[in-house]
Ligand binder design. Structure first.
Ligand SMILES: [Mg+2]
Length: 313
């Protein structure tokens, strides 16, 4: 990227995450100015506003690329706004969990941001859609839908990992494991009590490798269905996932496909990228190679140990 290629649109969510990451974003902007890049900085007022700003940047002939500083929600909206554009997107992660940034191997240091910007390694990123809602990373039905609902109900501004403790505890003891029916590419693959996780990245919250072989640019959705009707079964699934053996379990169905349909006769909550998702029935599809994204050279997903360590840092 050269200064004469055009200005850089920078979309910032000031509400998101830790202050140290915001400092990195500010220092990176100083670096761009120091290197004579012209920037247009916009602060988001809402998620819809983030999408609008990205859509505007996508059609501006003199805009060379877009940078987003925010959490998973803001990043998702910017990806949606940029869909189909050939302008590269760079992420400065500023959220609590940073699912997508962690999957791409993006760290929160200034050094890492500069390295990503200067090396210009670009990869395609698919965008997922569940009914009329877009998401980039992971969706869930059942247990984690309950957790996200509880976190969201008590949410006032920024959240940290601690905000998840009681919702996980309450959902664990309150979960009644309703029957869920799942179709993958028009074939029914499951109709029983369980938990369903689907999406496009290999690492879930805390780096759990649930969708272990997912690739964010292969045009396919990954889905992992845990057959589960009790709390001990849930704990066993969690353990098998931590040690990366869950896909071998006879009580787990793992598929890659282009379309997923999920329904239930019960009230079952859903979540998309850590926000409450639409009510069932759900139809999930994928838009292959929706945007071009800057990734670190030799970047690989951040693992569980490092993510847990970060919480207590
Ligand atoms: Mg994929």
């Amino acid at each position: 990227m050269k200064p004469e290629s055009g200005y850089i649109s920078i979309i910032i969510n000031t509400q998101a995450g830790a202050s140290s990451n915001k400092l990195t974003a500010r220092k990176f902007i100083e670096y761009l100015h120091h290197k004579n890049f012209k920037t247009k900085i916009d602060y988001t007022e809402s998620l819809a506003h983030a999408q609008e700003l990205a859509s505007e940047a996508a059609v501006k002939y003199d805009c060379s690329m877009v940078i987003v500083a925010g959490g998973d929600g803001t990043i998702r909206e910017v990806v949606h706004g940029l869909e189909g554009s050939d302008k590269p997107l760079m992420i400065l992660p500023c959220g609590t969990e940073n699912l997508l940034a962690n999957e791409l191997g993006i760290k929160t240091s200034l050094k890492n941001a500069i390295s990503i910007f200067e090396s210009e390694v670009i990869r395609p990123l698919d965008l997922c859609k569940a009914n009329d809602k877009f998401f980039t990373s992971v969706g869930g039905i059942g247990f984690d839908g309950d957790v996200v609902k509880l976190v969201n109900d008590q949410r006032k501004g920024n959240i940290t990992h601690l905000h998840y403790f009681w919702p996980i505890w309450k959902s664990f003891w309150g979960c009644n494991f309703p029957k869920i029916t799942v179709e993958a590419d028009e074939k029914t693959v499951f109709s029983d009590r369980g938990i369903v996780i689907f999406g496009n990245i290999s690492r879930y919250a805390l780096g759990l490798p649930i969708l272990q072989i997912a690739d964010f640019g292969d045009g396919l959705l990954d889905i992992c269905i845990y057959k589960c009707d009790s709390r001990p079964a849930l704990l066993l699934h969690a353990f098998m996932t931590v040690i990366k053996c869950h896909r071998r379990s006879k009580n787990v169905i793992y598929k890659q496909c282009k379309k997923i349909k999920i329904s239930s006769e019960n009230l079952v909550r859903t979540e998309l990228d850590g926000d409450p998702g639409p009510a069932l029935p759900l139809e999930v599809t994928i838009i292959p190679q929706a945007v071009k994204i800057l990734v670190p050279p030799q970047g690989k997903p951040v693992g569980m140990r490092r993510r847990v360590f970060r919480i207590f840092k």
